[in-house]
Design a protein around this ligand. Structure first.
Ligand code: FAD
Length: 567
């Protein structure tokens, strides 16, 4: 029987350890295996991906490529610079491919893209193998065991998971890899000739196209940020499977931390090192397998005995939240990330709601700006100039580092939505989409719904004060001093409420609390708070109460025609 010629398409799984899809590819005993990554214009031009996430992706790709080469000196991660929908039909034929293997992805755009690629493979007689590997359990299988419904709590996830059986143990990384095959790009076997003829112009153009697929050096290599024409990233966090496994090893060495971890007790103000694992960006790019993480922790918990923490607060409990959001999205579909058309998301008459494409019913990324004041609040929140130092420190850390602690995310998300500005959660989610290293469509939307009390959580009367909440964790305000240097010399008494500092204290600290922060001398001034938080708290509470009483769950008509009362 002819041996298999396999393309292994890396996407959400930039690793060699515990990859069910890679194992399936190697089980074919291929004659040749091409490990490839395609530059997808969707992510380059349409999705909001900040520079930090790009850098993290390049780190993961470089590390993976080095690991592949260690297993086969002729191989590496080959980068193809063209949309998968158009490049695959060409290379299937030109490279004599028999199989295409990849990890299953249940996000909205990949589902659409993969359907096109699968159809092209069918036309070309190429067999497609996909395996679930991104979550603890296959998200679609969880939905089936949850009676076709989205998982709206970790208890629902766990009981559906139980019906599927124990979480799979991780698969070891392969110890060798097959050679890659030839990678001709002259798809129709048309070589440019030195002799000019009627077709020469067309051939030359085509030749340029071929070469652009292989990148400027023509060798399918990974470019640097500079070569891609991007400015440098600012994040101190580095990506890659090697680093992820080392970080997990270090965490697992501290058995007490691992076994007794309780999320609500970890400090959002702790930095260098942070109080939680900071493994989320590695999970996002698949540089760390979620089952590897789960079993390393669970094995420690099993041996630890008395005093070990339990889900949902424990470390394994955190991974259940991740799976819960993935399965909720798998059940609801593309509209999971918006209010309109999402029956599980409560309608709240926010300021600045999103506009929706009439044909697809999906958010367009544009907003109704019928409240200029709220628009200014949003802009100040985004740049970390609200005049509330706790919120500003977090937003500045987010923009600079690409990561903030979970309770920090709680604080800023609550503040933007139901606990301050009353701005649409979808708008905040877009800012997170741009800046987070770990941006995961399902987890981001799901957590924003949780914090805005539109789904998953409904105790809207529980709010985060930007003053008393951080005081509980960080009396001296060291976290604020790190991220809002204008206030670094202000006394602890005023660090969370600088507007209350007498002029003399401001002078001694070398700062003036004045203006809106969007203009003026940013080194020596810090803005006044953009509103009176206690007053806004009351307004938001009353509005949420009214919205809840109206029970506007998935009320599409009112969202669509905009007939809401603004605050
Ligand atoms: P740890 O506390 O060490 O937890 C271990 C792992 O569990 C994390 O790496 C993560 O994969 C998972 N996890 C923990 N908490 C959650 C949670 N609430 N939801 C889903 N997974 C969780 N997480 C993302 O991975 N991507 C996102 O886009 C994202 N957006 C968020 C938006 C908002 C408004 C909020 C409040 C939370 C968001 N989270 C998101 C969840 C959570 O804040 C991060 O997963 C966590 O802070 C990552 O840090 P860590 O790795 O140190 O977490």
């Amino acid at each position: 029987m002819a041996k298999s010629r396999v393309i292994y398409w890396f996407r959400t799984d930039l690793r060699l350890h515990d990859s069910p899809a890679l194992k399936a590819a190697l089980d074919l005993d291929p004659e040749v295996l091409w490990p490839i990554f395609t530059w997808d214009p969707h992510y380059v031009y349409r999705a909001r991906g900040g520079l930090n996430r790009w850098q993290f992706l390049l780190d993961c790709q470089n590390d993976l490529s080095t690991s592949i080469t260690k297993l086969n000196s002729k191989s590496k991660l080959f980068l193809l610079r063209e949309a998968p929908q158009t490049v695959f039909p060409k290379i299937f034929k030109a490279w004599g491919v028999t199989h295409l293997v990849f990890e299953k992805d249940t996000d909205a755009y990949p589902l659409e893209r993969d359907a096109i690629v699968k159809a092209a493979a069918k036309d070309a007689g190429v067999k497609v193998i996909t395996c679930s590997g991104r979550t603890l359990w296959d998200s679609d299988a969880i939905v089936a065991k949850n009676n076709g419904k989205p998982t709206m709590s970790t208890t629902q996830l766990q009981s559906a998971g139980k019906k599927l059986g124990a979480i799979d143990r991780p698969i070891p990384a392969p110890s060798s890899l097959p050679d890659p095959g030839e990678m001709p790009l002259d798809f129709e076997h048309e070589q440019p000739t030195s002799k000019p003829d009627a077709n020469s112009e067309r051939r030359t153009k085509k030749d340029t196209e071929y070469r652009s697929i292989a990148g400027p050096k023509g060798d399918f290599s990974i470019e640097t940020m500079e070569e891609l024409g991007f400015p440098s990233a600012t994040t101190p966090h580095k990506g890659g499977e090697t680093r992820a496994l080392k970080l997990l090893d270090d965490i697992a060495k501290d058995k007490k931390y691992t076994a007794t971890f309780e999320k609500p007790k970890t400090s959002p103000a702790q930095f260098e090192p942070q109080s939680t694992t900071l493994l989320s960006p590695f999970l996002h790019f698949g540089a760390l397998s979620v089952r590897e993480f789960y079993w390393r922790v669970q094995d420690i918990v099993d041996k630890y005995g008395k005093g070990a923490s339990m889900p949902p607060a424990s470390l394994t409990g955190q991974l259940f939240f991740r799976d819960m959001y993935f399965a909720a999205q798998a059940a609801i579909g593309p509209k999971f990330t918006q209010t309109l058309g999402n029956d599980h998301c409560r309608f709240i008459p926010w300021h600045l709601p999103s506009k929706v494409d009439e044909e697809t019913g999906l958010s367009t990324g544009e907003y109704r700006v019928d409240s200029p004041e709220a628009e200014q609040w949003f802009q100040r929140w985004k740049v970390g100039m609200t005049g509330f130092p706790w919120i500003d420190a977090l937003m500045r850390q987010l923009r600079h580092d690409g990561w903030i602690h979970h309770l920090g995310r709680h604080s800023v998300a609550c503040f933007l939505t139901r606990g301050g500005c009353y701005v649409d959660w979808e708008r905040g989610a877009e800012v997170f989409e741009e800046y987070l290293l770990d941006h995961e469509p399902a987890c981001n939307a799901g957590n924003w719904q949780w914090l805005s009390c539109t789904a998953f959580f409904s105790q809207y009367f529980r709010m985060y004060s930007p003053v008393s909440f951080p005081q509980k964790w960080d009396k001296n305000g060291d976290f604020v001093r790190r991220w809002v240097p204008e206030l670094k010399d202000l006394s602890a008494k005023y660090i969370y409420e600088p507007w209350k500092a007498p002029l003399l204290d401001q002078k001694q600290a070398g700062v003036r609390v004045t203006g809106d922060g969007l203009s003026g001398d940013k080194d020596k001034t810090y803005p006044k708070p953009m509103f009176d938080f206690s007053k806004r708290r009351e307004v938001c509470l009353a509005a949420m109460k009214t919205a809840y009483e109206a029970n506007l769950l998935g009320n599409d008509e009112r969202v669509a025609d905009g007939s809401w009362a603004n605050l």
